[in-house]
Design a protein. Structure first.
Length: 529
């Protein structure tokens, strides 16, 4: 089999690369290891952090510039290398063009209104406008392909607070969020003649004289060689499902079970080893606190922000602002665990929290019998019973609840600043005017779940340059090999600049890689400068 470009991975980044390359005249084959299309994108709200996009400066959304976004990024953490510095410049300059490319591809995007950057008070931060999401759309795919789209049923089953705030999964019959984005990219790919192989994992690169000239793929129990005359784009995620690489690289303790990622097993890193590619940032992930229900991880982003709940360590002490963005919250869990056990931590809720807000797979107002029997979810009439069932120090817990309730009464968390920032308030309950994130934990019965520092995929990977070319240790590019998104080391290092930053960077890197392999990047960069 011979083609121009092999794209490895049918997530949003891979599909965008395929559509863009096809549009520029290349023959493209996408190989996808699973039987499903859409990757992790199709399981989330599809938010894209694209600074200075065309929707800013209109309809009440403040104007934005690439320069202020760059100031913001570099103020959060100085770039670790010249390569990262150049990638950040390229990202902020190209982000708007990718938003435009999606719009001209009939993927309508809208601003997530009133959602600020993760650090809204930092220099160069935007109060809103940088996070876009796809508008809901009916699936226009052939029915046989609709069935191959990944989805997240637990989110669909739990609209609760989500429907009042971010509303990622709406009317039946319409695809929303990441699923809408992935479906439209897939439809365009297929319509334009891109070939897509499912259940076809790349097992290795084909390398000749130091250049990548194709891939080997396992297909129907056979090993097939595909020659790629232009090259290979790795868009096959990180290593969240590889227990060995997790133990070697991520902070301890760690577990594949805590990941809500798509299950990438480090194929990009294995491929990189074949060609002597440099790697970095392997100790980083897109941290996101999770609970476990029947052994499956579920994010607790809304449950931990909602009023009438608080997170404590094993000593029963609060130690963090529960409403902060998921990245820093997960990192804080690990930092605190060095001095006092906070892996797992405990989310303590009162009856109002359970009645009103979503919690993992359990709809508001329900008392799921199996989860209570298994101990995944604990219900108790009194705090001492709850502390005993969870193994939390009782005196510490009671002291923390009393202190927390006084803060809630004042509507001001003077200990950890919960609800102070515009980010926190965006995700809180708008019906609580004084502090949408703060409400006492005082009404029986009490509830608790264990909370782990989970992840939505890993952040470290192959070192790429601002053209998305894979680099060796000596800084030279591996001919014929490009990588993007979680297959590449993140340009954001350990921090999270805004909601949708992972996907925003992913699509920009895919786009720039395709322009580079088509020989058009310099011309586009000159126009964007
Ligand atoms: C639950 C969840 C929530 C998230 N929320 C957000 C968010 O709010 N904002 C944000 O920006 N980001 C978020 N992310 C991260 C974001 O989804 C990713 O950064 C982005 O979607 C990555 O897209 P991708 O196409 O590069 O990779 P993926 O979507 O991970 O796709 C990789 C694909 O490669 C396939 N693959 C793996 N190995 C092979 C192989 N050997 N051969 C062939 N194919 C292979 C996989 O099966 C998968 O389909 C979230 C992720 C998850 C899991």
């Amino acid at each position: 089999m011979r083609t121009d470009l092999v794209v490895v991975g049918a997530g949003a980044a891979g599909l965008l690369a395929a559509v863009a390359a096809r549009r520029l005249g290349h023959e493209v084959l996408v190989v996808e290891s699973s039987g499903q299309v859409g990757g992790s994108t199709a399981t989330n709200d599809g938010s894209l952090w694209l600074p200075a996009n065309d929707l800013t400066g209109h309809g009440g959304i403040p104007a934005d510039t690439a320069d202020s976004a760059l100031r913001y990024l570099n103020g959060l953490a100085a770039p670790e290398s010249d390569v990262i510095a150049a990638r950040r410049v390229a990202f902020v300059r190209t982000a708007a063009a990718v938003g435009r490319w999606l719009s001209t591809s009939k993927i309508a995007l809208e601003v997530v209104k009133s959602l600020p950057d993760c650090r809204p008070d930092a220099d160069g931060a935007a109060s809103q406008g940088r996070t876009l999401r796809p508008r809901p759309a009916p699936p226009k795919l052939d029915p046989e392909w609709v069935g191959t789209l990944r989805g997240d049923d637990s989110v669909k089953a739990n609209p609760g607070l989500l429907s009042r705030l971010t509303s990622p999964f709406r009317d039946p019959g319409e695809l929303t969020g990441g699923a809408a984005l992935a479906a439209e990219l897939l439809r365009r790919a297929l319509a334009s003649g891109v070939e897509v192989w499912l259940d076809a994992p790349m097992t290795e690169l084909v390398v000749e004289g130091g250049s990548v000239t194709g891939v080997r793929v396992r297909r129907a129990d056979e090993s097939v060689q595909v020659d790629a005359t232009t090259g290979v784009m790795l868009a096959c995620g990180g290593f969240e499902a590889d227990p060995l690489r997790r133990t070697e690289n991520l902070p301890a303790p760690t577990s594949t079970v805590w990941s809500v990622g798509v299950g990438a097993d480090g194929a990009a890193l294995t491929a990189g080893e074949q060609v002597g590619a440099a790697v970095c940032g392997l100790d980083q992930a897109w941290w996101t606190p999770v609970l476990l229900a029947d052994g499956v991880a579920h994010r607790v982003d809304l449950a931990r922000v909602a009023p009438h709940g608080m997170i404590v360590d094993q000593a029963g002490d609060r130690y963090l602002n529960e409403a902060q963005p998921p990245g820093p919250a997960g990192r804080r869990m690990y930092e605190h665990n060095r001095g006092m056990r906070s892996v797992p931590s405990f989310l303590i809720m009162d009856s109002r929290h359970r009645k009103t807000y979503p919690l993992g797979p359990w709809a508001p107002g329900t008392s799921p019998k199996a989860a209570i029997e298994s101990g995944d979810l604990v219900r108790a009439a009194r705090l001492d019973e709850l502390a005993q069932a969870m193994g939390i120090d009782l005196a510490g817990l009671i002291g923390s609840v009393v202190a927390f309730n006084q803060l809630a009464k004042r509507g001001k968390d003077s200990d950890f600043g919960r609800g102070d920032s515009a980010w926190d308030r965006h995700f809180g309950d708008p019906l609580l005017r004084r502090n949408p994130c703060l409400g006492s934990v005082a009404k029986q019965p009490y509830w608790a779940v264990r909370v782990y520092p989970g992840d939505a995929g890993t952040k470290g990977g192959l070192v790429i340059d601002d053209r998305s070319r894979v680099l060796r240790e000596d800084g030279s590019a591996v001919p014929g090999l490009w990588a993007c998104s979680a297959s590449a080391a993140s340009l954001f290092g350990s921090f999270q600049p805004g909601h949708g930053a992972g996907l925003g960077a992913a699509v920009v890197e895919a786009y720039r890689g395709v322009l580079d392999l088509s020989g058009q990047l310099d011309q586009v960069d000159r126009a964007l400068a």
